[in-house]
Design a protein around this ligand. Sequence first.
Ligand code: FAD
Ligand code: 2HG
Ligand code: ZN
Length: 486
Amino acid sequence: MKINVLGCISRRFFASSVIPKRAPFAVLSDKDIAFFEGTVGKGNVRTQDLEDYNVDWMKWYKGHSKCVVSPSNSEEVSAVLKHCHDRQLAIVPQSGNTGMVGGSIPVYDEVILSLKRLNKHYEFNSITGILQCDAGLILEELDERLRKEGFMMPLDLGAKGSCLIGGNISTCAGGIRLLRYGNLHGNVLGLRVVLPDSHGSIVDFGSQLQKDNTGLHMHHMFIGSEGQLGVITRASILCPPAPTSVISAMIGVSSFSGCCSILRDARRFLGEILSSFEVMDAATMQCLEENEQLHNVLTSAPQFCLLIETSGSDAEHDEAKVQRFLEYVMENEMATDGVLAANKQESAFMWKLRETAPLAITKDGYVYKFDVSLPLDHFYELTDAVRERCGDKVCRVVTYGHMGDGNSHLNITTKEPSEEVEKLLYPFVFDWVVAHGGSISAEHGVGQMKRDYISVGKSERIGELTRALKPIFDPRGILSPYKMVV
Ligand code: FAD
Ligand code: 2HG
Ligand code: ZN
């Protein structure tokens, strides 16, 4: 299912943020447009009605691009990037445009390179489980195709109906099953990348092999690089067999330390079949109720709801494990109540609650969004600290997230953007996270949103090395300027 796009545009504002000045890139000319049309076909160069491309999913960022170019293969991407290099025209790769940090949106008038037409090549080996495919294929469609052969994509996220695999790799997307299938650094074996250099070089990094220790493992550099180094046009991905038995349950818990105990025991009892361990706090459930009229399946009005899922290949074995685990939790009074999904519909409703949370909070008006990794000892302390700091200046402070991976989605809502709230949150939250051993970006990336904070808690040398790396791949700095590498 394609995800909804939000309503009004409210440009992300950071009173404190200094947007870098426009660099001396060329200005798009009629000759450039003619070149693009000659390369990718007239119908695949847009110069009008660009709103959907210039604005992000959250409606926080608005670019001013005058042109969207949509190539259909690596050779066309190469010709476009070579032209942009030679002309010194800035260009931003864009896939499904579901990113949450403004990475896919131009800051000024950069050309937009839409990768949606890069969707032809699909080759799957059902013995090795290795998929080779074009970067512009939609995650959900890839998953559906693989399921017909008994396999699945190793990642899953709420935006699956709209995001493209190239966008997922470029953000190193995490999602709801990372606990079981690992992150993309483990699953992506190789990448075809087009570089914005004088040749528009097309380079195959990594391979289609599970073991390949020849040279530096350079494909990893592009995973999570947010379009700063090159354009991913094709990927080789190791895909797991699809489970034949999936069990979902929701458990109510009265304290966060109680959630941690349940996570420890879930790992112990469920072992290899544990595939999701998600948390939603009471404020999230209240928001779902008020803004989306979605009612909790748990009736004890707990402080925390855990959504736990197992994925395995033997229903009897999995059910016995889950049963033993739930009995243990209940007998030891670790939960306020619990519900085991009786069928696919009930399971889908549990996931609907979790996946609607990002949309539900936007209905309060304005959202301050944080996506952080934290050691579990401090996971919910941050929410408490922010609640205390913001008091009644905000509508609500909600936390949901991928607790099994230590990834908290802390969201603070207000009716309208507020400079006062912004000053309470920035840099407070980022400093707090780093001081408690966390990361200020768990899975959404840096984009435009965290550009000013990228060095928090990192040594200067890391910044120097990153900046030294960029021109090796992008000698004229034309690819997605003013973002992660500034
Ligand atoms: P885009 O948003 O188009 O681009 C993302 C970044 O990658 C940009 O910097 C862009 O320039 C760059 N880029 C895109 N394609 C390429 C390419 N081929 N080559 C080089 N650079 C490229 N994220 C998670 O990690 N986990 C979640 O659970 C999750 N859930 C979400 C739920 C919802 C409802 C929404 C709206 C978003 C969610 N996201 C989540 C964020 C987002 O979906 C992911 O970041 C996703 O991976 C972005 O993919 P995309 O195709 O939309 O990429
Ligand atoms: C999710 O896990 C997404 O639902 C979005 O990563 C997180 O809304 C958010 O903050
Ligand atoms: Zn997430």
